[in-house]
Design a protein around this ligand. Sequence first.
Ligand SMILES: Cc1ncc(COP(=O)(O)O)c(C=O)c1O
Length: 379
Amino acid sequence: MKLGTKFIHAGVEPDPTTGAIMTPIYQTSTYVQAAPGQNKGYEYARSQNPTRTALEAAFAAIENGNFGLAFSSGVAATDAVIKLLQPGDEVIAGNDMYGGTYRMFTKIFTKFGIKFHYVNMQDADSIRQYVNSNTKLIWIETPTNPLMNITDIAVVAAIAKESKALLCVDNTFASPYLQNPLDLGADIVMHSVTKYLGGHSDVIQGCLVMNDKELREQLYFIQKSCGAVPGPQDCFLVLRGIKTLHVRMQRHCENGEKIAHYLRNHPKVGKVYWCGFEDHPNHEIAKKQMRGFGGMMSFTLKDESVDVAKKVLSSTKLFALAESLGGVESLINHPASMTHASIPREERIKNGLTDTLIRLSVGIEDVEDLIEDLEMAIG
Ligand SMILES: Cc1ncc(COP(=O)(O)O)c(C=O)c1O
């Protein structure tokens, strides 16, 4: 099946009770049993819900995996993966990833005795020096939020296999339209479904996709035991969002490319971070593992003053100043004070995330209007 057909039909069958082509919202907390232990596969909605079942099948289909699990947020999905570990276990993670992931690792799980190494993953081979017999998980985000750094998934997958560690890839920025980490050897794919999969800035949700049945059972046990499950209405909205992922992503990519080049040619713009540029340090790897380069990018201004950056951030009319990304509408964001504020300043700056960096989530509006908006704001 080609990509577009897959996104429209992924995991969804007509509803068995009525034939409804769209999976109904099963707004129920429990299911009536004929006799104790005699049920139709559904007992209690924390463990199973038919709307969620359809969505989990869709997640598996669009990431070319065998199993999908839905969570109440992206961070809840990340939390479930770390709960596979025990005190004493070690994790190798990127030194440039979503601030909330870093906050969870440093502020929540370190105190349970899990050790995290934060590593520059742009040279994937350099990860080897951090591997030891306690390494149980390698966590990568590619492209990274917000610096658009690229990690070679296949190389890290080989290192994970040699070290008998799991590899989990946060595929939020690329979406399954652009990249499928399981095909490159990853064990688990994680998404903040809130972003491109939902696509309309109206849902908070996360997911995990995997091939191994035993791993699925362990993660399902964590999902139902810890209870971070999404409600059926949110599952319905995401089922609907996935059906247009390919057309949305095509436009995000087209608009992204035009805006990245517009910014690069702007006399007041300093550096533009977008993995589609041929001189991006890992462009060749991006080209190898992605089908396009998406609509996420960051840039700095030549005038490095925070006030000038803040003025641009507050002047756009179409680009809304907001956290989050991946919706149909364009957003502008200040990572240092918004999405990445939980990373200590010196840590941020060391890894290239400066106080004046501006991040764009380029939406699917008419690109001429978006460029006009930026032109007016940058001046
Ligand atoms: C790359 C990435 N991973 C994970 C998350 C967390 O997802 P959520 O906000 O759905 O909990 C985000 C949120 O911004 C993100 O950008």
